[in-house]
Design a protein. Structure first.
Length: 402
């Protein structure tokens, strides 16, 4: 028997620059995650012994984020010792995959209450610290035609006819939308301040956003992947996409996702859990989908995954009120809208990772909170969440306000 997987709450930390001069550099990843669990417990007077599992994404699960960081977060939050936890890594999709697994656990009827989300301290555990064959094994790279993601993003822009000005204009819109949403309080319900051990506030709101961005300023930034492309990666990708004469590199730090620290947590449960604990559902998870596309260009999976999720749910694109696509690169979001034939007016309406940053394993859970808050604010019904994923994968989830 299939049970509804309800979203009882969705929270996140503010996002901040993932470098040593970022606001959250002094905060350990287990503290970022534990702060959210403590916040959920206090907000709902939650009996934590009722929680069956905690599932958290983490893309660099080494060092301070290693050794099943999810379980360390549970213990650090002083939750009941009966609460199990697991860390998973599906690259950038890790946080949303955690939410989807939680939903599947609830839908199966085998569990009643699961916390899902993710954590990534990119200032303390740099991206790529965990190694792996994809970017670290030359034999594997030659066999599979590996190309860094940014070059794939540039090729998408070239194939679809997006100029440097086009991707910069998209990035500027992301900054303006995110700045307006933050300053208007649209994120306030879901963003839990990061506190120090004395209960003093370290960071209350997203501080990575650059509200003074301009087309002139963005236009002065150098292309990020031109130099590495000249080392032979451009030639590799042009063998696959041979309708192009060359790769024109258009992505920069200004129109690509920012490196930030952050964590997210989504409380997913059955109807029984809500009744037992006196929780009121805010939404439910309708359908999930994951698939893979070309691993060389790597970033074209989101729209096919969204179409798969729609098919599973028996819905059409016109049944979706709002869309969230992780802004790994501007061209990824632009390709997504083009393939699904949707407008920017209903897509990433409060900006995205270009403006606020992409805390890898936490981002998917963050998208749930952003979407749920906006559906409630506008009185709308359904939202689609999608991310591009390493290796050519794509992931999507449909949520519905209740």
């Amino acid at each position: 028997m299939t049970h509804h997987a309800y979203i009882y709450d969705a929270v996140r930390t503010p996002r901040s620059k993932g470098k040593k001069d970022g606001s959250l550099y002094q905060v350990k990843p287990i503290d970022l995650g534990a702060g959210l669990l403590k916040g959920l417990q206090a907000r709902h007077d939650l009996d934590t012994s009722y929680v069956d599992d905690v599932v958290m994404g983490c893309v660099s699960p080494v060092g301070e984020q290693g050794s099943d960081v999810a379980k360390m977060i549970v213990q650090n939050a002083d939750w009941d010792e009966s609460v199990a936890a697991v860390q998973l890594d599906r690259f950038c999709a890790s946080g949303l995959e955690a939410v989807n697994i939680a939903a599947q656990k609830i839908a199966s009827g085998w569990e009643d209450l699961v916390v899902a989300g993710g954590v990534e301290s990119m200032s303390r555990v740099p991206m790529g610290s965990n190694g792996g064959a994809m970017a670290g094994d030359p034999e594997f790279q030659l066999k599979t035609g590996f190309v860094p993601q940014g070059i794939g993003a540039d090729v998408i822009a070239n194939l679809d006819g997006y100029s440097r000005e086009d991707v910069d204009a998209y990035a500027l819109a992301s900054q303006m939308r995110a700045s307006h949403a933050r300053d208007s309080g649209y994120f306030d319900r879901s963003v839990m301040p990061v506190l120090d051990r004395n209960g003093l506030t370290i960071l209350e709101k997203d501080d990575f956003i650059k509200p003074n961005s301009s087309m002139e300023g963005l236009g002065k930034l150098k292309a990020s992947f031109e130099a590495i492309g000249s080392f032979g990666f451009d030639d590799i990708i042009l063998k696959k996409y041979n309708t192009l004469e060359k790769v024109t590199h258009v992505h920069t730090p200004g129109n690509s996702s920012g490196i930030v620290d952050g964590a997210s947590a989504v409380l997913v449960g059955s109807e029984k859990a809500g009744k037992d604990l006196g929780l009121t559902p805010r939404g439910r998870i309708v359908a999930t989908a994951v698939l893979s596309t070309c691993p060389i260009i790597m970033l074209t999976g989101p729209a096919p995954a969204a179409k798969k999720a729609l098919e599973k749910a028996g819905l059409k694109a016109s049944d979706i009120d709002l869309w969230e696509i992780n802004e790994a690169f501007a061209s990824v979001a632009m390709r997504y809208m083009k393939e699904l034939e949707i407008s920017h007016d209903v897509t990433n309406v409060n900006g995205g990772s270009i403006a606020m940053g992409h805390p890898l394993g936490a981002t998917g859970g963050t998208l749930v909170s952003v979407m749920l808050d906006e559906l409630e604010r506008r009185g709308l019904k359904r939202g689609m969440l999608s991310l591009c994923v390493g290796g050519g994968m794509g992931i999507s989830t449909i949520i519905e306000r209740v």
